[in-house]
Design a protein around this ligand. Sequence first.
Ligand SMILES: Cc1ncc(COP(=O)(O)O)c(C=O)c1O
Length: 388
Amino acid sequence: MRLATRMGRLGTETAFEVLVRAKALEAQGRDIVHLEIGEPDFDTPANIVAAGAEALHGGWTHYGPSAGQPELKEAIAAYLNRSRGTAYDAGQIIVTPGGKPVMFFVMLALLEAGDEAIYPNPGFPIYESMIDFAGATPVPSPLREANHFSLDIDELAGLITPRTKLLILNSPGNPTSGVLDREQIERIAELAVAHDLWVLADEIYSEILYEGEHVSIATMPGMAERTILLDGFSKTYAMTGWRLGYGAFPTALVDPINKLMVNSVSCTSMAVQRAGIEALNGPQDEVRAMVAAFRARRDLMVDGLNAIEGVSCVLPKGAFYVFPNISGTGKTSREFADLLLSEHGVASLAGTAFGAHGEGYLRLSYANSEANLRKALGRIKDAVAAVR
Ligand SMILES: Cc1ncc(COP(=O)(O)O)c(C=O)c1O
């Protein structure tokens, strides 16, 4: 039995593998602090759960339009337009089961052999995986600690060739929590227009921002017709398991992407979409409370990590990850992450799980209780002391 060759080009997300290993250790009676998975530890706000349950009882149990329910698409367009200053029409929105399928569909729709796509590295591993899968060449754009894990725009400009077709941005970013500011976004938009590039702007962490403003490249001159804005409900509303996300597309891409929806999942769950309407149009105070909790935990983690000799950590402006430099331990990221889990009971991800430029770093998700974070910090300190 032989798989199709393309399967050899498909990567994965290490977070799920580490979770399995951590669970296996727990099954043996070990106490593990989970800092590996990128999801809020909070439950979905009760008003959203109630809307989903009510929808199920109310008969929202059938197929629906592949691009999404009109009422949710209206709510999404209105949300984007008020939060970003865009001018989307509901017809440009496609609702998907999580934000991830937007990546899959965009790469399948736009990329082929001979094309190059620039993506952040370290970055969300699915970008590189999907570029490869679509047959194009992934071109890493390094994110460096010296720039607070923001892009170096001059370096980015140097990566663009006549073959470059797509540029992927992710601000605030996973795994580094780096953020692009307005001036950087303006310069990137100029490059995209000058070189006629598509831009996939992954803005899934836009609401989890502790300082400054979130700037969407879709608002820049000439960008509405070349930007795909990816967002969703997983992070902002603690809805990872519901699987609800969306893309806002230039009109020319709506039909092709909708065709990919029809050919894959048909539509996103109807009841889940009803819950999404409540999430966007209902009270937002729980979102604010979650972000405030994340900010306090960020400060706890950054202070705690910087107090450990041999470790340094920049203060992230958004998302819920810290990306400490552990090169002072003398171990590779992978070695240190393995040791931290097996010997000290902290599940984390090696920076290299997000690309080669993640060597020397760990990703720790602080979507966990302050008590657990303190426990993890103590264990990380012990692990560093044991190897130095
Ligand atoms: C950068 C980034 N984009 C997109 C996603 C996809 O989220 P979902 O498919 O749950 O909406 C994630 C999830 O971890 C992420 O970190």
